[in-house]
Ligand binder design. Sequence first.
Ligand code: ADP
Ligand code: MG
Length: 647
Amino acid sequence: MMSCPLLAEQYKHMSNIIGIDLGTTHSAVAVVDSGFPIVLANAHSKRLTPSVVHYPSDQKAPKVGEEAVRMRTIAPDRTIYSVKRFMGRRSGDLSDREKEVDYSIQAAPNAPIQIQIGEALLSPEAVSAEILKSLKAAAESAMECTFERAVITVPAYFNDAQRQATIEAGRLAGLTVERIINEPTAAALAYGLNRLKDQSKIAVYDLGGGTFDITVLELNEGVFRVLSTHGNTCLGGNDIDQAILNHFLSVIRTQSEKIDVTQSEEALPRLREAAEQAKIALSTETTTTVELPFLTPDFHFKLELTREELQSIARPIIERTKQHCLRAISDAGIRSEDLDQVVLVGGQTRMPLVRERVSEYFQCSDFEETRGDVRLGDSFHTASGPELNTGQNPDEAVALGAAIQGAILTGEMSQMTLLDVTPLSLGIETFGGLMNVLIPRNSTIPAKAGEVFTTAVANQKEMLIHILQGEREKAADNWSLGQFVVSFEKAPKGVPRVGVQFEIDANGVLHVLARDIKSGKEQIVEIKSAIDVEDHKVTEMVESSVEHAMQDWDARRWIENKLKANDLLSAVTQSLSDCSEDLEPDYLELIQEKVDVLKGVLARENKENQSGDVDALKRAVAELDDATQTLAQIHLDKITAEYLTGA
Ligand code: ADP
Ligand code: MG
């Protein structure tokens, strides 16, 4: 609640929920004031606050933002940056490169990552809370009132554990996190407010310091709907900085074999900072000079870097976003010319090369800026392509969108609602080891779906509900999110009925409910820690599903037909043993022959990848089924007669 009685009249139209973009490299805070979303400046009059926290050795209060950045070269071991990459993650989730930071982290196997400052160990949530506290204070001083509620954004591919960690960081900062929303969705919301006509389709390309997201959205009569989302949480401007840094190091090596700056604790952070500064300068200049006096006591570093050189260093990194863009378009079921706009978000999209490449990926029609010296492919210019929307401040859109979402929640902007989607399919394992999808990938959330399952074996008295996430046909190829057992009364095969319901709430948390329909007994499991899921593997998962599509499809057809075949075989065996004396020897021989053919096809199964000749299997099943029609009738008559005579 806002507690500013004197100002209540003046600010009565202001939403009392702040919107926060808690970024890997920069964070920002915004509010909706009298219907207008605005980004608020910090004590240094800057609207972006570096997501850097310095812990002074004298136990004084931590410094955040600009002041902390200044300490990065002086006390790198007590100055934490890019903490977002550690949020809600365990050692096993992180690649070696991700663990490479200038401060110490504790990464015990399968335990949450901790940040080491001197003797003390801090959680990433606690470090992020310092950033949030500082943004909260900035907002309060700018608006002269208190804020206790916030909407915070996260990358679209953040898994549940990462979202929960973000909520916890908010709590530690004294904020109630009303909603977690995806960054590209927030950005789209910010752009959508004033720029789009109804019935538009847009793609949001967000390249920040440490994450990349691409999302396709549809705006229809004031309602946003996410059509698809893709991305990589380990791809961003930091990678370009690192590549420039590597370039610097190789230049230094050629300048003097004796100098090994990698041995100097201060030199590397200084070089990295210079690399980023050069990159930023080259967004507006065509050449820049990097100068670092006394990089080591007896070495001065000086280098001239041109935009062209930077582009050849950065190009392969930017190019890695292309496949995600193409896939997002195809997942949305559209072609790039169906898009009205491609919106650029994130500081890194200020780089001219990024704009040029993105406009080519989406075949944008109106891109003029850097055309002069680049050779463009034939397909580049299509009059009907989408417009490239670079916006004024690509790094502020996310915070603005978060504030707008806050205003939607308080009812101030009730004309707009916001829908999100699931990045991967969710389902359960069924008999035969197959994935049964309940909520397909890219479903709009909140989402709810259910199905009734039964047993495949007689006298079963419990059923394992194995919750899966992924795009592959076989359960084992997907990720396991958890499992639990539902028990019920012992009954013949196919009799027990268990209803399974999946519900994803507005924050993306999955609730699984299983109910034994006969007794009404139910069990609810909340999947909070999809912690073992490495979110950067989402992309790999989708890619592998495409790559293995044919093979997976064959496996599914094989397994389903095999189950049918086994059912038929056991029914035939039962009938034969019950009525063999009632059958003509010729008929018996015919059935035996068909049974042998079917068993033969099954025996030729490739056990390793559970596949086989599906067509031969289907033929053999059909022939046995045909041949045993008479047997089935005889069997049924016999059972009926026995029943009537009370046998
Ligand atoms: P995040 O969302 O990860 O916090 P931002 O949207 O703030 O990231 O983007 C930060 C990235 O943008 C950094 O890698 C930074 O170097 C880069 N960046 C910021 N301004 C520019 C610029 N003018 N030209 C090129 N890159 C820039
Ligand atoms: Mg960002």
